[in-house]
Design a binder for this molecule. Sequence first.
Ligand SMILES: *Cc1c(COP(=O)(O)O)cnc(C)c1O
Length: 213
Amino acid sequence: MENVLKNFTIIKQEISDKKNVKLVAVTKTFPINHILPVINEGHVDFGENKVQEALEKWTSIKQDFPKIKLHLIGKLQTNKVKFVLPLFDYIHSLDSLKLASKISEQQTIKNFKPKLFIQVNIGNEPQKSGVEIDSIENFYKKCVEDFKLNIVGLMCIPPFDKDSKPYFTKMRELSNNLNLSEISMGMSNDYMEAINQGSTFIRVGSKIFGARG
Ligand SMILES: *Cc1c(COP(=O)(O)O)cnc(C)c1O
């Protein structure tokens, strides 16, 4: 418990001069009592990767702490979209037009527009989700024009066994081409590099909360 707060404080200090960088504290697998020290510090941005887990963990806490912003960072199945609005303020994993269409439908029904990141398959890995690099521009246009989505930026998870830097650099280039303001990249092992390459949302889990079981 003590460690969580200590870890959190160290990272906050490390990034304290990066005014446009937001820290998303990734709380997947951890129970709320493990997370509470960080909530009580007044931290607002928290990330989860599973819809069901997030609903159970955050629905009532979010009412007690209305400033909290919840970020969905994991794969979103189209049949779950109706459960994620308005619980999640941000969705970092928009990866198909089918999903874009569903979010579009639900944001009208719920009268709530989440902030969205298009997930880019930056390493062109067959097993990973994300829009192909060559399709990003078209995908973005369709999201904005056809589906009226609030796309704030791009997100990626680089190949885990390689140096992230060239992927982060490529992300910044793609982001600049589309004139987008936010980039979601960087995790426990590479967030400083991500910030150096222009990340504005780092997603840090284990370095704050410890190893996941
Ligand atoms: C789990 C997860 C993170 C956090 O990973 P750590 O290495 O624990 O910091 C970041 N982004 C996504 C998409 C994740 O699933």
